[in-house]
Ligand binder design. Sequence first.
Ligand SMILES: Cc1ncc(COP(=O)(O)O)c(C=O)c1O
Length: 436
Amino acid sequence: MLWPETTKRNKAGELAIGGVSVVELAEQFGTPLYIFDEVTLCNRARRAVASAMAGGPGSRAVFASKALELPVILSLLASEGLGIDVVSGGELFVALESGIDPHVITFHGNNKSRRELQEAIDAGIELIAVDNLYELDLLDALTRERREPVSVLLRVNPGIDVHTHEKIATGVLDSKFGFPLWNDDAATAVRRALEIPGIRVRGLHCHLGSQLFDVRAAELAVERVIAFAAEMRRLYGLDVQIVSPGGGMGIAYVDGMTEMDITEWMGATADALERACALARIPHPSLVFEPGRWIAGPAGVALYRVGSRRDIDGVRSYVSVDGGMADNIRPALYDAVYTAELANRTGGGERETVTIAGKYCESGDVLIRDIELPRLNPGDLLAVPAAGAYCIPMASNYNLALKPAVVLVAEGAAKLIRRRETYDDLLALDLLPAVN
Ligand SMILES: Cc1ncc(COP(=O)(O)O)c(C=O)c1O
């Protein structure tokens, strides 16, 4: 699925999402605008929640809020039964302010500060995924006076080479995340964790990377984690009740790509868990999946207004839009590919191959290279699908760009869920020099 489920062309030939024409949205809220389709978000959340049940009792899906940390959307996803995972004090704060029940929150990250850990403990969140011995030492100190132990997972690195961009692979040998399983580090972590009276090790976590399509990698991860769990049970009596294979399920960004079937991914992982537990003769833990991109990505569309154009004879034609790397850094950061459609009219007739450039002062600020589109004129609207994950959260104020507005559309109505920044917002943190 590339576009939100409700995407259509209306009689005027305009793209409409959630029953609202993008032309109206652009007029009312301006551009660049991020549009989220409520139906798509809810359906995908429901599908993830239902598919996670393949893991057996206690198994569930949590949304990786780093993919999209908007309060209204977090609350909507939680109401569909997803837990929420956070990776910073900021994400924890926003999740709690969004009304998320702390009992469904997991805290990840490879360098949690004392303060962040304290905040997580104070909030009474469900699980802290411990990444390293430094965090275990901090937790030891922070939990000394507690009566109730704090539940933790230990993040391990299963050393699996996944096929994705190197910047979004996390479970490979050369990674900053998790205790390696191929040497004594993970066993050392288990021994240390079991000595700490204020924590209870509930299970093991790993995450292989993002934008993955190879189910076998997830199966292999679970096999390795269970083999390790069995050894730790034998040596130290560790009782692994939860195994989290993380997120990473891939989505389609351009025509011709097929998204990962989440039901297949979760089902195959659950089967692998079952087989591995039977082989190792250990009790069957529950599975906690952490999809981020898969839930939010296809639900969001970025809408831009076309502006200037540069034709370089025999080389390339650049068409610039009013956003770019400040609202979507992914093409510049990961060579991510996107497609687009002319959104305010069908644009029959002449088509041409152009490169869609952003408006920021970097030659690398290119959103889409060499895409065939109807001839674009200044003022046209260009819609980019699959923009729902890792765009808004990575947006910056580079060139003092104003971060875009975000709307949620459903049943013919649009709700503003994040207003566009203003020039005043740009100075909100600064002290101005005294004027003589
Ligand atoms: C620990 C963890 N869980 C889940 C995710 C979500 O990944 P994705 O959005 O690819 O599903 C990430 C992403 O980096 C992660 O680090």
